[in-house]
Design a binder for this molecule. Structure first.
Ligand SMILES: Cc1cc2nc3c(=O)[nH]c(=O)nc-3n(C[C@H](O)[C@H](O)[C@H](O)COP(=O)(O)O)c2cc1C
Length: 495
């Protein structure tokens, strides 16, 4: 299989949407849609009146008309405008238990996830023959099976997954490609993996007539070390088609440093030589690999290929281009500061409810600013980063099997609630609600009855020199095509 040399990294939530991914794919590189929170994103865009009609155009192409019309009835508001922010909540992912060892999501959430992922991939792929990928996070488990199926229904070419060790996903792709039902093992705090619960998604529960076969997308695992790359290649449940090795300078979440956590004077995790990736050893795995994190200088493709890599995955440069979904005002303010050499990105060890370090821009008016964060009333209403835990002992019997009661807690929810559910207060104090703040950064901020409007958060990579160079050459309003020209050749190898 010939793979592109440039991957535009998946950027959640909604930053790399269908528009950016499509623009990148048109240039012969791999455009990657962020698969995070697409259910909420679709529901909110529909409530904003779906300017341009793009969502309804994608929904029109969905094979099951009954599902499409139910979702439109629930969320579409013709009178909505981009200033609509009093959104109706979408269902939070919780398991509906079927037996003691298996569960599903509610029918309403499953169909919204399948449709939303279908729409985003359908739109990203429309009008060109380039390849399109979708990015999910292993840490955000509950929406993954239904989401992956929805993307496959629209013919997604690649599934990329990081933020954890996605060993079960390649096999899941195989099952859905054969038209079968599939499941993943949920991570439940304090419950050993062998005793954990499976989350099942069966296509026949959403579609009246699911296709008997679907294209199996290529699977790329995003990992932070040689060891994890090897684990993926040798232990995954199906074929891993490539590896993206991402270092700790990359945008978004980072893997924590290996060994004991030591903080710098400024309070950032210190990374050392143990955290460096050895590209020469990557070549020994005999699998295509891409380098990510600060691999975005002019000519980066050529430079990476000298190490044996297929190419690079780049995030930050694409995050601030014209086609990305970040609010134009945020892009402008950020780029002005970068141009002036006055932006420094902070690697926050505690801001993410996942427990992973996350990059934050300390920009005024965003929750990257500690004062703005302190003003935010804590609420958890999207819930993607909640940890699942066992709520007391097994209770009751269902279908002859003991059933486990599960609870859900997020370090960013009100602290008393988190602690009441058994969470540690120390994990909660600095935790930001990434669900709401990342959605706010793409124009989908929730507004509450009391008048509070959620504030955005920017999570760019720490390496800004290449961005500075790019805007010096092209200007502040640059396009995805400009980024690709800057990085070098985008095309695949000749067959
Ligand atoms: C705003 C932003 C959001 C990101 N979100 C995700 C994400 O949801 N999932 C993911 O795997 N990587 C995410 N990343 C990482 C990128 O996909 C990419 O690997 C990384 O940015 C590469 O490093 P660079 O920023 O130095 O180019 C994000 C990066 C940025 C800048």
């Amino acid at each position: 299989m010939n793979h592109p040399r440039i991957i535009q990294g998946g950027m959640g939530a909604g930053v790399s949407d269908w528009r950016l991914a499509g623009a990148v794919s048109r240039q012969g590189a791999m455009g990657v849609v962020s698969g995070t929170a697409l259910d909420t994103i679709l529901a909110r865009r529909l409530q904003q009146g779906d300017p341009g009609g793009y969502m309804r155009h994608g929904i029109d192409a969905f094979p099951d008309k009954a599902v499409a019309s139910r979702v439109l009835d629930r969320y579409f508001r013709s009178e909505g405008t981009p200033d609509t922010h009093r959104f109706k909540p979408t269902p939070m992912g919780t398991l509906v238990e079927t037996t003691g060892s298996e569960g599903t999501l509610s029918a309403e959430l499953q169909e919204l996830l399948v449709l939303a992922n279908f729409v985003e991939i359908f739109l990203a792929k429309e009008g060109h023959s380039g390849v399109v990928g979708i990015n999910y996070l292993e840490k955000i488990q509950l929406p993954n099976p239904a989401s992956i199926y929805g993307a496959m229904l629209a013919g997604v070419d690649y599934v990329l997954m990081g933020a954890g060790i996605p060993l079960e996903i390649p096999g899941l792709l195989d099952r859905y490609a054969r038209g079968e039902s599939g499941s993943i093992t949920l991570t439940v705090a304090d419950v050993p993996r062998e005793e954990s619960i499976k989350l099942v998604f069966d296509p026949a529960t959403v579609l009246a007539s699911p296709p008997a076969v679907l294209k199996r997308p290529a699977f790329l695992a995003i990992v932070s070390s040689n060891v994890l790359a090897k684990t993926m290649v040798t232990r995954a449940s199906g074929t891993v088609d490539g590896i993206i090795v991402e270092d700790h300078t990359a945008g978004g979440h980072n893997a924590p440093p290996r060994g004991t956590l030591v903080l710098s004077e400024e309070g950032e995790p210190l990374f050392g030589t143990k955290d460096e990736v050895d590209a020469a050893r990557m070549s020994e795995l005999n699998i295509p690999f891409w380098l990510a994190g600060s691999r975005s200088d002019a000519g980066a493709v050529e430079i990476s290929r000298r190490t044996g890599a297929q190419g690079v995955q780049v995030g930050t440069l694409f995050a601030f281009c014209r086609e990305s979904a970040f609010l134009p005002e945020l892009k402008r303010r950020f780029l002005h500061l970068v141009e002036a050499g006055r932006m420094r990105i902070f690697t926050h060890p505690e801001a993410s409810p996942t427990g992973y370090p996350i990059k934050i821009a300390r920009l005024e008016g965003t929750v990257g600013d500690d004062e703005e964060f302190a003003r935010r009333p804590r609420v958890c209403n999207v819930g993607l980063l909640r940890h699942i835990y066992r709520k007391g002992e097994n209770v009751g019997e269902k279908n002859g099997t003991a059933s486990v009661r599960l609870g859900y807690r997020c370090p960013a929810e009100p602290i008393e609630a988190y602690v009441r559910k058994g969470g540690a207060e120390a994990e909660a104090l600095n935790a930001r609600c990434l669900c709401n703040s990342l959605l706010a950064a793409v124009g989908l901020a929730m507004e509450y009855a009391g008048g509070y409007l959620e504030k955005p958060l920017l999570v760019p990579g720490e390496y800004l020199e290449s961005l500075r160079e790019l805007i010096r050459k092209v200007g502040l309003d640059y396009t995805a095509a400009d980024v690709i020209r800057f990085l070098g050749v985008a095309e695949t190898d000749p067959a």
